[in-house]
Design a protein around this ligand. Structure first.
Ligand SMILES: CC(C)(COP(=O)(O)OP(=O)(O)OC[C@H]1O[C@@H](n2cnc3c(N)ncnc32)[C@H](O)[C@@H]1OP(=O)(O)O)[C@@H](O)C(=O)NCCC(=O)NCCS
Length: 136
């Protein structure tokens, strides 16, 4: 799950993140991806500053045993619909590391345009990431 995300988080860090997500009233949402009763992953969007602009940033995770079955592609389509309905910002960005093949394929398939690469500070490291953007 974290092969392209610098490092895994400790149990304590995960607990803190989870609590923060439950309590936050910051703009954005975390949506759980389900197939019937089975939870297969999550997709999310939150605010991100891009130069002088505030934009949406999106991210996604599908649990290993459910990967490669199209769940992320379908969830991202639904997520884009939710983001559009917010009507707040004019674009949504995604920053998968350049070597995260499934995540980059997802962006391309969903109609994001590749704007270039960018060093992206993340979890105490720096990822060389693609900057994908979808104008809303
Ligand atoms: C990225 C991730 C969410 C994709 O989830 P998924 O449900 O397996 O993705 P899908 O089955 O919808 O496939 C998405 C695309 O990736 C491609 N793909 C899937 N697995 C792949 C692999 N191992 N290598 C290359 N491409 C792959 C699919 O063919 C599809 O592309 P297409 O639509 O052009 O055919 C999943 O791999 C994941 O959770 N990874 C760990 C967390 C992570 O890296 N999140 C993203 C951070 S930016």
């Amino acid at each position: 799950m974290t092969a392209h995300q610098v490092r895994a988080e400790s149990d304590e860090e995960l607990e803190k993140r989870h609590t923060r997500y439950l309590r936050t009233d910051a703009p954005g949402q975390v949506l759980v991806v389900c197939d019937g009763d089975a939870v297969v992953g999550s997709v999310a969007f939150w605010e991100h500053t891009d130069g002088d602009d505030v934009v949406w940033e999106a991210g996604w995770s599908i649990l290993p045993e459910f990967q490669g079955r199209g769940y992320a592609g379908r969830a991202l389509e639904a997520l884009i619909g939710v983001i559009r309905s917010e009507g707040t910002h004019s674009a949504v960005h995604a920053y998968p590391s350049v070597d995260n093949a499934p995540s980059n394929a997802l962006c391309r398939r969903a109609g994001f345009v590749l704007r270039g690469t960018t060093p992206f500070p993340f979890r105490g490291g720096v990822l060389l990431s693609n900057d994908w953007v979808l104008e809303l």
